[in-house]
Design a protein around this ligand. Structure first.
Ligand SMILES: [Cu+2]
Length: 340
């Protein structure tokens, strides 16, 4: 082959590689990682991407060069010369991909093994998925329950994922991994958050009509702040006193949908809870029994003018019976006071 032809091949290849490289690098295909595990996964992506770009450049240069160089004249109807295989070339194009694919496999296996390895003193948190809401329980903080996932930064965390009904999937794009929530089985996901911030939690397995709304928020906090929060909330929720109900109300998202003066809540999606004593007359139940049923089985009685299937059905399982007692007591006390 002439030196001029090789130079042309190289120039075409470099241009194709530069364009593909720019598309890979400058388009924000993936969110900025927020865990060590996501950073490692990003390295795997880059390793594979670079290999692909090199091969792409090689193929494009040969194609473009051939299309230009070996183009037949419009009136040329003759057959091309008969060509037999080229053993050397065949060995190369079999061996090189075999090596590359093996390298990708080894790289991925190393990343998987390291990502799954729990660090020292891992924090274990239970994640509950249920049509169509997430809830979280912190066994190390007195069974503290919440509807936002608070996490300390730079700590090895094992999420134990449960489903109460159908298959869901836990996904925080910035954490880089998805994990199915399978009924009757506990799946795990290991993460080590690397930066403080708020990240969306999405269900990424079509699980029914409300699937698109099955969202929650992960909040990565400085370690000291997390410890303070967990200690305070865990303590408050487990005392069973007046503060317990208030703390449970605050950390389980009730305020987003309900108005309750005592809690400073102004949500408008569901009924105004300050009017619970009047609402209880609807089904004709004692106030505490009515409140308990409304929380555990929201669809047992639907308040007129409010939508069914909106209030999460998870509280019956995500709150311990002690927490539920405290919450009911709190609502009874604060609404009786307000309406008397
Ligand atoms: Cu789901």
């Amino acid at each position: 082959m002439r030196r001029g032809s090789i130079l042309q091949l190289v120039v075409i290849g470099v241009i194709a590689g530069a364009i593909a490289g720019a598309v890979a690098y400058f388009v924000p295909w993936l969110p900025k990682p927020a865990t060590l595990e996501a950073e490692r996964i990003d390295w795997v992506f880059w390793f594979v991407t670079v290999i692909c770009i090199v091969i792409f450049a090689l193929v494009i240069s040969v194609i473009v060069y051939s299309v230009i160089k070996f183009r037949v004249a419009p009136d040329d109807d003759t057959d091309g010369p008969p060509i037999h295989g080229h053993t050397g070339l065949e060995i190369v194009w079999t061996a090189v991909p075999a090596i590359l694919v093996t390298a990708i496999g080894v790289f991925s296996a190393i990343v998987l093994a390291r990502n799954d390895a729990l660090g020292v003193n891992p924090l274990r948190i239970d994640v509950y998925a249920q049509q169509f809401a997430w809830s979280f329980k912190y066994p190390e903080s007195n069974g503290l329950s919440a509807t936002e996932l608070r996490l300390p930064v730079h700590r090895s965390i094992q999420l134990r994922i449960h489903s109460k009904d159908v298959i869901h999937s836990f996904w925080v794009p910035q954490f880089g991994q998805k994990q199915d929530a399978v009924p009757g089985q506990v799946t795990t996901l290991h993460i080590t958050p690397t930066r403080v911030g708020r990240f969306p939690i999405k269900c990424t397995e079509l699980c029914g009509l409300g699937h698109a709304f099955m969202r929650a928020t992960a909040i990565v906090m400085p370690a000291a702040e997390y410890d303070a929060w967990a200690a305070k909330q865990g303590q408050a929720q487990s005392t069973g006193g007046a503060d317990a109900g208030k703390a449970i109300f605050a950390s389980n998202g009730c305020a987003a949908c309900h108005t309750l003066k005592a809690a400073g809540a102004t949500g408008k999606v569901g009924p105004d809870l300050d009017r619970l004593p009047a609402f209880a007359k609807g089904p004709g139940k004692p106030l505490d029994a009515f409140i308990r049923e409304s929380i555990v089985k929201p669809d047992a009685y639907i308040e007129k003018g409010y939508p069914p299937n909106v209030m999460p059905k998870t509280f019956g399982s995500s709150l311990s019976s002690k927490q539920l007692d405290a919450l009911v007591r709190y609502l009874v006390a604060s609404t009786r006071g307000g309406s008397a």
